[in-house]
Design a protein around this ligand. Structure first.
Ligand SMILES: NC(=O)c1ccc[n+]([C@@H]2O[C@H](COP(=O)([O-])OP(=O)(O)OC[C@H]3O[C@@H](n4cnc5c(N)ncnc54)[C@H](O)[C@@H]3O)[C@@H](O)[C@H]2O)c1
Length: 304
């Protein structure tokens, strides 16, 4: 997709973090913007900021895990702007815990937002984009799904998140291949950030009651502490990642990384697979992190 000005972008998770930065760049490029998020107040603040820059904005409170809410978002988008060109299926939540200890509600919440949210976005918007392409010989579209480095690796104590993000990588690679198969003028990219300062460590602000009311396990508390530290000390900003993402869309680049140097871990994982080695120690480069995690699990064990 080479032209952004005057085209329409739909962004989920637009009220914070990466989503808000995509929206800011979209406004700068004079795109028409459709902003969706579950947090009404933060979304209204984002809309006000972008309108003050002169952007045309449609704002909708949407829970991406609900098919009917994404379908209503698509209808409202078509009614207001007549076509969709760029879709960011970006809303997501973080979670931790030993994989056998996570509750059914944990699984349903995190897979609901991180995976079903992307599935609904792809299911709903791709056919509308293909339809627009039929009647417009100059049509160009692109879909960006936000996964994570956790979609290419499997660190311990964050199983649901890993599962959700691996599935988003798989879905997006397949989407790319399917679009190429039918020679559609629509590109696809998967964004795999590492630790970047955003609101992700505070994801429980949006958790359903069944998750919010269940006391966190020792493993979840330990993971939460690690996540706060890792995310808040990230040196690459969400704004920089959003810039890179727009450049990748313009260049039809599929994989987008915030921290390319972390790809050594992915390389090691692939080597393990083809050499039939058991999975490598994910903490090999930073054994102190494993020790902090183990120590906090042991001390929590003693205190519970
Ligand atoms: N920040 C990081 O270090 C990091 C690393 C890897 C991947 N990611 C991914 O980036 C994406 C964006 O997260 P972020 O880091 O900007 O965090 P963030 O918390 O700042 O933004 C996420 C947004 O999603 C919204 N959201 C949550 N549940 C929703 C729902 N059910 N429906 C609609 N909106 C919902 C939140 O209200 C929030 O505005 C997520 O998919 C996350 O998994 C982030």
């Amino acid at each position: 997709m080479k032209t952004f000005t005057g085209r329409t972008a739909v962004i989920t998770g637009a009220a914070s973090g990466f989503g808000r930065e995509f929206a800011r760049i979209g406004a700068r490029l004079q795109m028409k913007l459709v902003l969706a998020d579950v947090e009404a107040k933060a979304l209204a603040a984002t809309r006000a900021e972008l309108e003050a820059l002169g952007a045309e904005v449609l704002e909708k409170v949407v829970d991406v895990s609900k098919a009917d809410e994404i379908e209503a978002l698509a209808q409202a988008t078509m009614a207001r702007f007549g076509a969709v060109h760029l879709v960011f299926n970006n809303a997501g939540v973080g979670s931790g815990g030993l994989v056998w200890e996570n509750t059914l509600a944990d699984w349903q919440w995190v897979l609901g937002v991180n995976l079903w949210g992307v599935i609904h976005g792809v299911r709903t918007f791709t056919p509308l984009m293909l339809e627009s392409a039929k009647s417009d010989p100059d049509y160009q579209g692109h879909i960006v799904n936000t996964a994570s480095m956790a979609g290419l690796l499997n660190a311990p104590n964050m199983g649901i998140y890993n599962v959700s993000k691996h599935a988003v990588v798989s879905l997006t690679e397949t989407l790319y291949q399917d679009l190429r198969l039918i020679e559609a003028p629509i590109g696809a990219s998967v964004l795999c950030p590492y630790f970047v300062p955003t609101g992700i460590s505070d994801s429980h602000r949006n958790a359903p009651t069944a998750v919010a009311k269940t006391p966190a396990t020792a493993a979840q508390r330990a993971q939460q502490a690690l996540s706060v530290k890792a995310v808040s000390s990230g040196k690459v900003s969400a704004a920089e990642v959003a810039e890179r993402t727009f450049e990748a869309v313009g260049a039809d680049q599929f994989y987008i990384f915030s921290h390319p140097h972390a790809l050594g871990n992915v390389e090691r994982r692939m080597e393990d697979i083809v050499a039939l080695h058991n999975p490598s120690d994910p903490f090999a480069a930073r054994p102190e992190v494993r020790e902090i995690l183990r120590a906090s699990l042991k001390s929590e064990d003693r205190s519970s």
